[in-house]
Design a binder for this molecule. Structure first.
Ligand code: B12
Length: 268
């Protein structure tokens, strides 16, 4: 253990090496080594060894047991800027950065439905527009879509409000656009629905049987291609006969609208 004298009237500062500091904090040598390397604990290198002031270890130990402050709430002023970066991250398959963008908004308490309506949906539309103009290749679109799906599924949803009931979410039998159903599922979960997401392409009668067996309070059908709307509406009618409300979504509708319609459907 080293020692220096600060002045005639002050206590001498005492220093520990890494092994002693690890014992002092009750952690492994590698842990303290990492904390010092990352600057979390100030340490001075003397020759090949680190020296750490005991007062710094005390400060660090005190901060570790203090309760962490409540998370800061993110206020988004410019969605366009975030959209642009998200688009670039998706097209260049920068998975870590794209996931991090969404996670930061979620941990910043931005409403899930706002993230879906203001970031994820607009960027998917941009990708679709790019594909239609021949500027985004099919591979790039597929890769970006898969990454978005992964990100959506990994969103850590904190449920709000009173429980609404059980909802089955899917698409008509010829509808391969599964992402709107995935987005609808996350939005519904965030408003405290118990969601059974069947993915895409469930045949109508199978869906009806399933919804009855699962005692669903609601069925949500996400439709992207106009030609699939007829089947969805017919399914909704059959479900109504079985006393299960069904709401049908279409391209261009937001998820806030879905949540309002869902709440209304089970109230009636
Ligand atoms: C990703 C993608 C695909 C992927 C889907 C992957 C997956 N796992 O989902 C794949 C490659 C499979 C695909 C296939 C096709 N696609 Co595509 N695809 C897209 C893209 C880029 C994104 C789709 C998406 O997820 N949109 C989601 C959001 C952003 O859009 P939204 O439709 O407004 O959805 C909202 C509502 O549905 C709402 N919502 C969801 N559920 C509910 C429920 C209720 C009750 C309510 C109120 C709201 C609601 O939530 C969403 C977000 O707000 C779009 C571009 C675009 N503009 O959407 C093209 C797009 C939809 N595809 C298109 C086409 C043409 C096709 C193909 C025909 C291509 C082909 N030749 O094979 C096939 C069709 C396959 C089929 N039979 O379904 C066209 C459709 C044009 C049209 N006729 O309208 C688009 C618009 C591209 C374009 N600009 O031309 N596609």
């Amino acid at each position: 253990m080293g020692e220096t004298i600060n002045g005639p009237f002050s206590e001498p500062e005492r220093f520990l090496d890494l092994n002693e500091a690890a014992d002092y904090l009750g952690v492994h040598y590698q842990t303290i080594y990492r904390w010092v390397r990352e600057g979390m604990i100030p340490g001075t290198k003397v020759g090949t060894r680190y020296q750490i002031a005991i007062t710094e270890l005390e400060n660090f130990a005190r901060k570790r047991v203090e309760p962490s402050p409540p998370p800061e709430v993110t206020k988004v002023r410019n969605w366009e800027d975030i959209q642009r970066r998200f688009y670039d991250n998706l097209i260049n398959y920068n998975e870590v950065a794209a996931t991090d963008q969404v996670n930061r908004l979620v941990t910043g308490s931005v409403e899930i439905v706002a993230i879906l309506d203001n970031l994820i949906a607009p960027v998917l539309r941009l990708i679709g527009d790019g594909w239609a103009r021949g500027e985004v290749s099919i591979s790039q679109e597929h890769r970006a879509s898969r990454l978005i799906h992964k990100i959506i599924d990994s969103i850590d949803v904190a449920r709000r409000g009173r429980p609404h009931g059980r909802v089955v979410v899917t698409t008509p039998s010829n509808e391969e656009h599964e992402l709107p159903a995935a987005m609808a599922s996350v939005a519904l979960k965030s408003e405290h629905w118990t969601v059974i997401n069947l993915g895409a392409k469930v045949p109508p009668q199978d869906l009806i049987d399933f919804a009855i067996k699962e005692s669903a309070d609601l069925v949500v059908l996400s439709v992207t291609m106009t030609e699939n709307r007829k089947e969805a509406e017919e399914t909704a009618e059959k479900l109504a006969d079985a006393k299960i409300p069904c709401i049908v979504g279409e391209k261009g509708t937001g998820l806030r609208e879905l949540l309002d319609k869902a709440a209304l459907a089970v109230r009636n």
